[in-house]
Design a protein around this ligand. Structure first.
Ligand SMILES: *[C@@H]1O[C@H](CO)[C@@H](O)[C@H](O)[C@H]1NC(C)=O
Ligand SMILES: *[C@@H]1O[C@H](CO)[C@@H](O)[C@H](O)[C@H]1NC(C)=O
Length: 287
């Protein structure tokens, strides 16, 4: 073998050993991973490149994620990944935005509307990998549609819609009684509260009280809140109240009284007295 041939052979060997210096799987810095296309390989040829990408929820703050394998050694990773920060989501006119945890990846912005406004859209928006995940909601003036009408009555004012806190008042036709709340108010949820009243026919029957006489008050028809006053005839005494009022259930309140013969009461009292004397005597006897 000639000298030149030997030289050629040895330089070939050098090239092969240098080329044979492969790199093993590279390790990145915090919060990053090899891009998907490199993940399954265990060894990398001399001169090849791979790239790191930030984990979900992290974004590149500086530097490149690309590194090169040179003679078995990877060039240093320059990339720095920091947690995604969505920053302020912006302002909502007539509303408030708060960030209970902060504005980083996974944190939520909470939006509320000032009183009298209702929220249209999402009240909670999360910070995603690329920024806030939804559009800001809007706060719109709350208004109520016309409430329902009632039988035997009406309401005022009558309009197409009503502003927040606006009051509607109900009235009953003559001789009808309003049962419920006379006024209802337009609330934030665009509904009136409480529910509308009803107009009912209230009429109490003329009381029939044996051995009593009507001495004062209403004569039939007895409407809501009419009062009547009764007295027992001579020789009778009253159990109950003398003055009655016609209540909204068309009943007299309190209950209709009774007139009881005074004679009966005396006999009853005497009997009661006798029984208690007997009991006392029996008790004394045994002691
Ligand atoms: C009055 O309204 C209330 C509540 O709606 C109802 O429960 C009650 O039965 C009504 N009263 C009469 C006498 O209709
Ligand atoms: C109306 O009067 C009746 C009988 O006195 C009573 O039981 C009822 O509770 C009263 N109803 C109202 C709404 O006051």
């Amino acid at each position: 073998m000639s000298v030149s041939a030997l030289f050629l052979l040895s330089s070939l060997c050098l090239v092969i050993t240098a080329q044979g210096k492969q790199c093993s799987k590279p390790v990145g810095r915090q919060n990053m991973q090899l891009k998907a296309e490199y993940i399954l390989k265990e060894t990398f040829e001399d001169g090849s490149t791979v790239a790191f990408a930030c984990d979900v929820g992290y974004t590149p703050a500086e530097g490149s994620g690309v590194i090169t394998c040179t003679a078995g050694i990877w060039s240093p990773v320059q990339l720095i990944c920091q947690r995604m920060n969505c920053g302020s989501i912006g302002d909502v006119p007539n509303g408030q935005v708060s960030y209970p945890q902060g504005t980083q990846f996974g944190d939520k912005a909470l939006i509320t509307c000032n009183t009298g406004y209702k929220l249209v859209g999402k009240s909670e928006i999360a910070c995603g990998n690329q920024g806030w995940l939804d559009r800001l909601p809007t706060c719109e003036v709350a208004k109520c549609l016309q409430p329902s009408g009632i039988a035997n009555g009406m309401f005022s004012p009558r309009k197409e819609d009503y502003a927040y806190r606006e009051v509607v008042e109900y009235f009953c036709n003559k001789d009808y009684t309003l049962n419920g709340s006379k006024q209802i108010t337009c609330e934030e949820n665009e509904k009136f509260k409480p529910s509308p009243p009803s107009c009912i026919w209230v009429e109490c029957k003329d009381p029939v009280i044996p051995n009593a006489e009507h001495i004062d008050g209403s004569r039939p028809p007895h409407r809501h809140k009419a009062t009547v006053i009764y007295n027992c005839k001579h020789g009778y005494r009253m159990i109950g109240q003398a003055t009655l009022t016609c209540n909204i259930s068309s009943q007299w309140y309190p209950r209709i009284p009774e007139c009881i013969s005074n004679g009966n009461v005396v006999v009853g009292g005497l009997l009661g007295g006798l029984v208690s004397i007997t009991v006392m005597l029996v008790q004394n006897y045994w002691m």
